[in-house]
Structures are given as C-alpha cells and as structure tokens.
Design a protein around this ligand. Structure first.
Ligand code: FAD
Length: 562
C-alpha cells in the first residue's frame, strides 16, 4: 500500500499532534501515524503534573527569567537557541491550548501557577487532580479531528525513513492489525516519537517509548546529540504496591505540599549532597537522584532500597484540599498518607538527548524535522520539571509549520529502489525460523542491562560490558529471533522492528556515555566523579561504517548552516 502526502508526522503525542495541526493550517496535506492509537500512545497522555511557561498569571515573570532557570538546570550544556525558542514561545502555545479548552486550573479567573524544582517563581500550570497529560492529549486529539487535511493513522509503526539524494522522502511502515507493509511518500517528515525510557527496566515509560525515532534518524544519516543524558526521576513510587496510578505521581504532591524525603534512619539527607530541601522540594532531579542512590549504596536506604517520602506531618484537611479524589484512590491501594510514609526511588523518566536540530527544528538531513522529546539539546544535562510538555507543544508547532514550508519547495519524489533495498535489509524474512530467544525476551534482557550498566551511576567496565552485549544482540541474536508467518496482529514482527531500533538507540546512549569521561547532571561516572570544564561541550553521535561515531562539538549546536 502506498500513500502520498506533503508532510508525514511520526508519533501522535503532544509534539506530533501539534505538528500535524500546524502543518495543516498552512494548507499542507498531512499524514499523522502512530503505532498506538492517536493521542493515546506515549508520555503526553501519562503526564499528570505541570507545564512550565512564563505566563505571569500569579506573579511577574518573563521568558528571559524562564530561560535563565532552564540554562542553569542544564549544567552548561543547553543549546541556547533551542532553549530560547522554548521559553519565548511557551506562553503563546499555552494560551492557544487554553483557547482550545484544555482547562488549566484557575484561581479567581487567573491561570494557577505553582513553583517546581529549579524554577525561581510560580511558573508551572496544571489541570487539576493529576489530569494535565490526559487533558493536553485529549484537547489536541479533538483538534486534530477537526483539522482539515490531516489523515490520522492509528496502529501504524514506522520502521525506516527513505532517503533519496540526501533528502528524506517518506517512510516504510507496518500496519499492526494485519502486518501489511506500507509506503508513505512525503516531501517532509517530522519525527515526534518521544523518548527512550522503555530501554530501562525501571522506568515511568509507556509501552511505546523504546527510542525508535532516534534510530530512524540515525539510519537516515542524521546526527544525534547528548545521547548520554537520560533523566532519572528521583521519587518514582517503590512501595507499597500501587495499582493503576502513575509511578511519578508524588511530584504534584510535593509541588503543592512539600513532603519530607528521609533515609532509612528517618533523617533528611539532601543537604549532605549540596542540595536544600527541608520539606520544600527545591532540589533538582539530578541532585535528588544522586543523593538517594548514594544513601542506598551507603546502607542507609529504606527497606525496599529507596528513600522514604512522608506527608504525615500535614493535616488530613490540607492533603484532601490539595488532592481531593486522589486521596481516596490511594486509600483503595491501602495507602493512608496521614499515617505512613511511602518508599520512593529513582526511575528512568525522560531523555535530554535526541535528534540534533536547529531552532527551526531542521535536522542535519534535508526534509527531516524533529519535535518534542525526540529533539536533543534544549535541556542540556538536566531538564527542568514542566519543560517537557512545553517543549512538545512549542517544537511541535515549529516543526509542523517548517516542514510544511519545506514541502512546498520540494520537488522529486519517492525512490523505489532505495525503498526496496531498505525493506530487504530490514526484513526478518530470513530469520523466520529462528530458534533463539524471542524479541520480547531480548528486549527484557536489554532493559535489565541498561538499568544495571548504563543507569544512574556508570563506569568504564560496566559500559564496556553493556556495549559488547548490545552489539552481540544486534549482530547475532537479532538474526535468530523466531517470527511466525501469522500476520493478523503482527506482534512478533512489530516487536522485532522495535528491538532492532532499540538496540541501535541503546548503543548510541552507551557509546556517548563511555566517551563522556566526567560527571555532569544526569550523567554520573564513578570513575570520573568530577565535572570537567574541558567537556562543557555537546556530543554528537552519527552512524558511520562499522558502527557509531562520537565527536564532541566545539561550537554550540543549533548553528547548522541554512
Ligand atoms: C509518567 C510521565 C509523566 C510525565 N509528567 C510530565 C509533566 O508533568 N510535565 C512535563 O513537562 N513533562 C512530563 N513528562 C514528560 C513529557 O510527558 C514528555 O516529554 C512529552 O509528553 C513528550 O511528548 P512527545 O509528543 O514528544 O512524545 P510522546 O507523548 O511520548 O509521543 C510519542 C508517540 O510516538 C509514537 N511512536 C513511537 N515510536 C513510533 C514508531 N516507530 N512509529 C509510529 N509511532 C511511534 C508513540 O506511540 C507515541 O504515541 C512525563 C513523562 C512521563 C512518562
């Protein structure tokens, strides 16, 4: 099956849906494809907390002040151009979403804004009672449905980008329902596939965040940047068992109420690691992750291997006022916050690295754009809370508009031979009767490996073990995965493609982590514990013969020539 369009948007989270709307409102024809259902796949719909934008609804604020906080959190590595675009345009996107009826929480008619770690004033908006992500995704989904010119394809996984004469001309895809192969010819393509945290055993990710977009871009010849910076969210829920709730749901509690973070001896400890907390929740994510992991290592963790988070010092009325029905959902899980602390620990949550783009969201390959968490560089070595959804909306709008502009100027089309060659190279046909472990078993192994060896603390020996095993999985195991001929619900085929991309992305993270011989933000090396002024530079990863190449950039990225 072959489709033809002006703009192909891959991934229908916040970034992809905004990109589709922005492209279509310039008059472009758009195909919006997602391996899940539109608007229900990745991280956007799961987010339950806040969105940062200098709206100045509660106190004076400027985009420059937001930018200053963003740059400080990034530990010297933020791409200043991308960060500026983010902070400048976030208020406009938030107001547009407001006009579309997202339902930002309000006080006396003004949008309510709260502080969050790393922000120096009340800047973070939300939709009340943990509904921020569902409301953002739902609003955009409705808007996509009402926008002429967008053809939305649910349950279609993009497996490769097709490149002709150095320019991306569309993609190969797989329809999940019947395993049918599809060709989508497009003058411009936007990668909006979200992050990679499914590569980690312990993560807040949805099922569709295996970092496939990074691999698509790499295989098409695009550069990635800052792949070593995986953000670990410090207070992911650990114990007791919690069913049907977001593992990072404790963040909004802490925004509103503080909450005491305690070690196994019931002592506050963040200040021992250079942070301040005192129940006020001001320590940034990288620092809090570091502090919790070190306390556990020193034998001062909570019983299940994390830290305690306690709200027991707060009166029930205050908890109920802040969290209404959520308190009862917790009680249904047997958790009474007025009487007991819960255990929390770091989990993989977000990826600062990604496709290298300029402030117009153009990658290093013509016709290829990126948006949202798929983009690398804006957050440097550590992202500020609330900036990720702003990034999805802001970069999505720019990428869609710019891709549509490119499509209008682009001539020439599909390269049949290139598409055929790609399909042959990536077809697991010869592997159909493989007798090795299944793709899902290998993915589980990869997730354990990444958690243990490429997790919050890294060192050369662990990273080398990880890299060797990832390459062996790529070169040997991938060829021996059993795949049945059954095409209805082509699960094995889809998993095989996901694993193939996940391995390339995991390799990129590991190669980058090995090369960065220092500790900075979310990248902590036991063997190089200091931050090096020499390495206050971004790192680019590209595909080259024989594997992946890494080089440190001497100029700020974002300066790709027009
Ligand atoms: C539990 C959780 C809570 C969070 N809370 C917050 C918060 O409160 N505030 C904040 O700012 N940030 C938060 N974040 C981060 C933020 O939600 C994400 O960074 C942001 O939503 C990413 O948006 P996106 O559109 O780039 O990607 P996503 O929303 O992840 O969408 C990517 C889409 O791409 C699709 N896809 C992937 N691969 C393919 C493929 N090969 N073919 C086709 N489709 C594909 C996926 O199915 C998915 O639908 C949270 C993240 C998580 C996981």
């Amino acid at each position: 099956m072959r489709l033809s369009t002006d703009v192909l948007v891959i991934g229908a989270g916040g970034a992809g849906m905004y990109a589709a709307i922005a492209a279509a409102r310039t008059g472009a024809r758009v195909v919006l494809a997602d391996k899940n259902m539109i608007g229900r796949g990745g991280a956007t719909v799961m987010a339950q907390m806040t969105v940062a934008a200098a709206l100045a609804e509660q106190e004076p604020d400027t985009w420059e002040a937001h930018l200053a906080d963003t740059l400080a959190a990034g530990r010297g590595l933020c791409d200043p151009g991308l960060a500026e675009v983010l902070c400048r345009a976030a208020p406009e996107r938030m107001r547009e979403m407001d006009g579309w009826g997202v339902g930002w929480a309000r006080t006396d008619g003004r949008i309510r804004q709260v502080t969050a770690p790393g922000h120096n004033r009340r800047r973070c908006c939300y939709v009340d009672f943990l509904n921020t992500g569902p409301a953002v995704a739902g609003t955009l989904r409705k808007r996509v449905g009402r926008t002429d010119g967008v053809r939305a394809l649910s349950n279609v996984a993009i497996t490769d980008l097709v490149v002709k004469d150095g320019s991306v001309r569309g993609a190969l895809a797989l329809a999940l329902g019947d395993g049918a192969e599809m060709e989508i010819e497009a003058a411009a393509t936007v990668v909006a596939t979200g992050g990679l945290t499914k590569l980690y055993e312990r993560s807040s990710a949805s099922n569709n965040m295996a970092g496939e977009g990074y691999a698509l871009a790499l295989r098409a010849g695009a550069a990635l940047v800052d792949m070593e910076f995986v953000q670990f969210f410090p207070i992911g829920h650990l114990a007791p068992r919690l069913v049907g709730m977001d593992p990072i749901m404790w963040d909004p509690f802490r925004y509103k109420l503080g909450g005491r973070l305690l070690n196994g001896a019931m002592e506050e400890f963040i200040d021992r690691y250079g942070g301040e907390d005192g129940g006020r929740y001001t320590a940034t994510r990288d620092l809090a992750t570091y502090a919790i992991c070190r306390e556990v290592e020193a034998g001062r963790g909570s019983p299940t291997g994390g830290a305690w988070l306690s709200f027991t010092h707060l009166p029930e009325a205050e908890l109920r006022d802040a969290f209404g029905p959520v308190i009862d959902r917790l009680l249904n899980n047997g958790i009474d916050l007025t009487r007991e602390a819960v255990e929390v620990a770091p989990i993989a949550h977000y990826h600062m690295g990604g496709v290298k783009v300029d402030p117009r969201m153009r990658s290093t390959v013509a016709g290829l754009y990126a948006a949202g968490e798929a983009v690398g560089g804006a957050a440097g070595a550590n992202r500020l809370s609330g900036n990720a959804i702003s990034e999805a909306l802001v970069y999505g709008e720019i990428a869609g508009r710019e891709a549509a502009g490119f499509a209008k100027r682009q001539s020439g089309g599909w390269d049949k031979a290139a598409a055929e060659a790609l399909r042959d190279a990536a077809r697991p046909g010869s592997r159909a009767n493989g007798s090795g472990p299944s793709a899902i078993a290998l993915l589980q192994e990869l997730r354990r490996l990444m958690w243990r060896r490429v997790g919050p603390f890294r060192n050369r020996a662990d990273l080398t073990v990880a890299l060797d095993r990832i390459r062996a999985m790529r070169d040997v195991d991938l060829d021996d995965v059993p795949i049945s001929d059954e095409r209805a619900f082509a699960v094995e085929l889809v998993e095989w493609h996901e694993l193939r991309s996940a391995l390339l992305t995991a390799e990129a993270v590991t190669v980058a982590a090995l090369a960065r011989e220092e500790s900075r933000g979310a990248h902590q090396r036991d063997d190089f514990p200091e931050t090096s002024s020499r390495l206050c530079v971004n790192q680019e990863i590209v595909r080259q013969s024989g594997g992946l190449g890494s080089r440190f950039l001497l100029v700020a990225q974002g300066s790709i020539p027009a």
